[in-house]
Design a binder for this molecule. Structure first.
Ligand code: SF4
Ligand code: SF4
Length: 301
């Protein structure tokens, strides 16, 4: 049985699929969206997180790290994540008594995950809920995802995945029969603009969406509203056009927020974009009306 790497499991979620749900956050993502609020999901590996405001500059971690990855700097420390990446000893964590360093990410197999999510069975049954695999990108761990979906399905648990759609088409085909609901991100239709803002073309994303639509899977699109990037007249029109073509009838809007900004420093992730304004090109209500006018069910996620 394959191992999966998660960065969180949250219970009693009510926004990511029907009923009360357990949310399984999987590490690793092939996209680098300029507005991402989950930098801890980028790497597929467990990572040391540095919380600067807790640091007392005692420098025990500097002495404990045999790779020389931690440098004292102006009353705090600087972690060289290139040196840190392959470390398994993580001696720094043992000597930080102020909880300024902790580990994000851990491994388990699908049976262990089933044991955890099964504790919420009574809530799923009473609410029509289930398990939602999110991330990160669940498709970046296809074997673990498939095994987990199968086990959940065999246990009578409703399954959903929230995906950016960027995954091997064979993996998408394999998981499709075991997934009751796809929360499928649609960001930008123009492939060049998509590449510029996410680091990848959207060819395979559109192909996977097309496949799932033809399989008549239950798909709810999720559309992040990012000022001047995704919420343009042209992009919204093209999303409506794609939905009509694929006969997709539901979309949920995700207005941008800046809550993830501080995490970039904590995970040593370079954030190259200037801060994106939270003010949108159009009010959310206007975007909702635009989809409604096209006969598409639309709400805020
Ligand atoms: S995880 Fe390992 S390499 Fe990284 S800072 Fe800690 S001890 Fe050093
Ligand atoms: S051991 Fe913890 S508190 Fe001390 S310098 Fe390192 S991160 Fe800061």
């Amino acid at each position: 049985m394959s191992q999966g790497t998660l960065f969180d499991i949250q219970h009693f979620g009510v926004h990511d699929g029907p009923g009360i749900r357990t949310l399984v956050f999987m590490k690793g993502c092939p996209l680098r969206c300029s507005w991402c609020c989950n930098p801890e999901s980028h790497s597929a590996m467990p990572q040391v997180r540095y919380i600067r405001f807790r640091c007392k500059a005692c420098h025990r971690c500097t002495e404990a790290c045999t790779r020389g990855a931690i440098t004292p700097i102006n009353g705090s420390v600087l972690i060289n994540y290139d040196k840190c990446r392959a470390c398994t000893s993580r001696t720094c964590l043992d000597v930080c008594y102020h909880e300024a360093l902790n580990l994000t990410g851990y491994s388990l197999d699908a049976k262990e995950l089933l044991t955890i999510v099964s504790k919420d069975l009574v809530f799923y049954r009473n609410s029509g809920g289930g398990v939602t695999f999110t991330g990160g990108e669940p498709l970046s761990q296809p074997d673990f995802l498939l095994e987990s979906l199968r086990l959940c399905q065999d246990a009578g648990i409703h399954t959903a995945i929230e995906t950016c759609g960027y995954g091997n088409p064979d993996s998408v085909k394999a998981i499709s029969p075991h997934t009751d609901l796809f929360l499928f991100d649609i960001k930008i239709i123009n492939p060049d603009i998509h590449l510029r803002h996410t680091g990848q073309s959207n060819d395979v994303i559109i192909r996977n969406l097309d496949y799932l639509a033809k399989e008549h899977k239950h798909i709810i699109l999720r559309f992040p509203l990012i000022s001047g990037i995704t919420d343009t007249e042209e992009n919204i029109g093209e999303i409506i056009g794609l939905m009509k073509k694929l006969n997709l009838q539901e979309i949920q809007l995700e207005p941008y927020h800046t809550l993830g900004e501080s995490k970039y420093e904590e995970f040593g992730v370079l954030h190259t974009e200037n801060l994106i304004p939270e003010i949108l090109n159009y009010p959310v209500e206007t975007v909702i009306e635009r989809f409604h006018a096209a006969g598409i069910a639309c709400e805020v996620a």
